[in-house]
Ligand binder design. Structure first.
Ligand SMILES: Nc1ncnc2c1ncn2[C@@H]1O[C@H](COP(=O)(O)OP(=O)(O)OP(=O)(O)O)[C@@H](O)[C@H]1O
Ligand code: SF4
Ligand SMILES: [Mg+2]
Length: 446
């Protein structure tokens, strides 16, 4: 088997840059690779069944362990990409605020889902955590280290613990390398296994992910889509990571294959106690795999909570609109209503986002305060936070802002002289034992 320690595979090895070629997301423009036979992988196509029908033939949804400690604590994380002028002297003329002050925790061995429309900053968040990008600000605490500030050299030993699975199994694997060299490269780079033991370790991992260990010498183009994603998963598993960032790991796959890959990820999670930041736009997949979900809009987390709360009792108008677009979660999410909530207009530019609440240009409940004051991500339940001045279940949004007195402003968002913003708002990562009860406007809990 060829072992190429220089193979760039995802985030192993030294720090890589931000473009696709460096992140292992390669283009397959080289047509000189002979098209091999696609190996039969027993992947059965189920016609028109949706994800929920298929996955239920496998595992039950992942459960929340409310006592699990955080494996990753992200606080006020920001990523601003500079926008350059054209011409000879390329000056910075603005910034894309791709991620703008987000805070959350990923529990040990658990999975947090990250959802939101295209361009809201999900992949950028994943790439920050795996340090494919260096953040503009904020912290990412992992095993007592702040991943945000470590140098590439300091990052190297930690990289093995934080790995990434990419979306596209067709472009994320180098077509010139055999499966053995792709999966084995991290072992060689990190000097973890003696050279003569790499092959047997690779074969072991191929077996774990449901691939034939004898196929280590084949090339990616000899495998089907689902199998290629298994190769990507095997590569990410090689170093026994504690945290996997999975960026749309099943979006490129057929529904029945999606269910198989999600079942595999659940098996791996249970067996190896791996935590996941699971990025996806498919809310049915996220509901199955993630006991906790964060909803992003234009670089901000607008709502975060446990599965039952987000899918059954969302309080943010954006979450309510997202859920109403998904046929099989719609009923629970919008309380028996059948109509879809239409999101008017386009997502504004992250270069010049709206003042106050970023969702206000598309929100049917927006009032004056929404343009003036940014709503804080406040805890309103045991495991529920929302960022909205008019937070409430669909059909029960209050007429006056629930945040005004907490923020020391009047109902229009004008500061009230002498009023002091409440110190009770928990806007940090994780959940506190006390929270704001929206109905009584009192802090409740332990
Ligand atoms: N390297 C970059 N340079 C400049 N802007 C970037 C860069 N990467 C992402 N962006 C911008 O940052 C914003 C967030 O992008 P990101 O890829 O994180 O979104 P996403 O939520 O993953 O979207 P999708 O669902 O389409 O994958 C977008 O406006 C995008 O154009
Ligand atoms: S703060 Fe205002 S604009 Fe933003 S989601 Fe709530 S009601 Fe809509
Ligand atoms: Mg993305």
């Amino acid at each position: 088997m060829s072992q190429d320690p220089n193979a760039k595979v995802g985030i192993d090895g030294s720090e890589v840059g931000a473009n696709a070629a460096e992140t292992g997301e390669r283009d397959l423009s080289d047509q000189s690779i002979p098209a091999g036979d696609v190996v039969d992988d027993h992947e059965i196509h189920h016609g028109h069944l949706d994800f929920q029908d298929v996955v239920q033939q496998g595992h039950t949804a992942s459960e929340l362990d409310p006592d699990a400690p955080a494996v990753l604590t992200v606080e006020n994380l920001k990523m601003y990409f500079p926008v350059k002028s054209s011409g000879l002297v390329r000056r910075t003329i603005g910034h894309v605020q791709a991620v703008d002050g987000i805070s959350f925790e990923v529990p040990k061995g658990g999975s947090l889902g990250l959802v939101g429309e295209s361009g809201c900053g999900k992949s950028t968040t994943g790439r920050l955590i795996t340090r494919l990008y260096k953040p503009t600000g904020g912290s990412m605490m992992f095993q007592g280290n702040d991943l945000a500030t470590l140098s590439p050299r300091e990052m190297k030993p930690l990289r093995r613990n934080v790995q990434m699975i990419f979306q596209d199994p067709y472009t994320s694997l180098n077509p010139r390398h055999t499966v053995g060299s792709i999966v084995g490269a991290p072992l060689a780079v990190h000097n973890i296994v003696p050279k003569d033991k790499i092959l047997s370790r690779v074969q072991e991992i191929l077996e774990v992910v449901g691939l034939n260990p004898e196929h280590y010498n084949r090339y990616p183009n000899e495998f089907s889509g689902g199998q290629r994603q298994r190769i990507g998963i095997a590569r990410a598993l090689t170093l026994n990571p504690q945290l996997l960032v999975a960026d749309e790991p099943v979006s490129a796959l057929d529904v029945s294959i999606q269910a198989q890959v999600v079942n595999l990820l659940q098996d791996l999670q249970r067996e190896f106690d791996i935590a996941f930041l699971f990025i996806a736009h498919d809310l049915a997949v996220v509901r199955h795999f993630c006991p906790e979900v964060a909803v992003m809009y234009l670089g901000k987390i607008v709502e975060i909570g446990d599965r039952e709360t987000i899918y059954g009792h969302a309080h943010h108008p954006y979450t309510q609109a997202l859920l109403s677009a998904v046929p099989d979660v719609k009923q629970a999410a919008i309380g028996g209503r059948r109509e879809r909530i239409r999101l008017e207009g386009d997502v504004p530019s992250p270069i010049n986002p709206p003042s106050g609440c970023r969702f206000r240009t598309r929100c049917q409940f927006a009032q004056e305060i929404c343009a003036k004051v940014e709503p804080p991500l406040m805890q309103i339940g045991k495991r529920h936070k929302v960022a909205c001045h008019f937070a409430g279940e669909l059909g029960a949004h209050p007429a006056t802002p629930v945040t005004a007195s907490l923020l020391g402003v009047d109902d229009q968002g004008t500061p009230v002289p002498g009023a002091v913003p409440s110190s009770e708002l928990n806007t940090g990562p994780g959940f506190e034992p006390r929270w704001l009860d929206l109905r009584t406007q009192q802090t409740v809990g332990a």
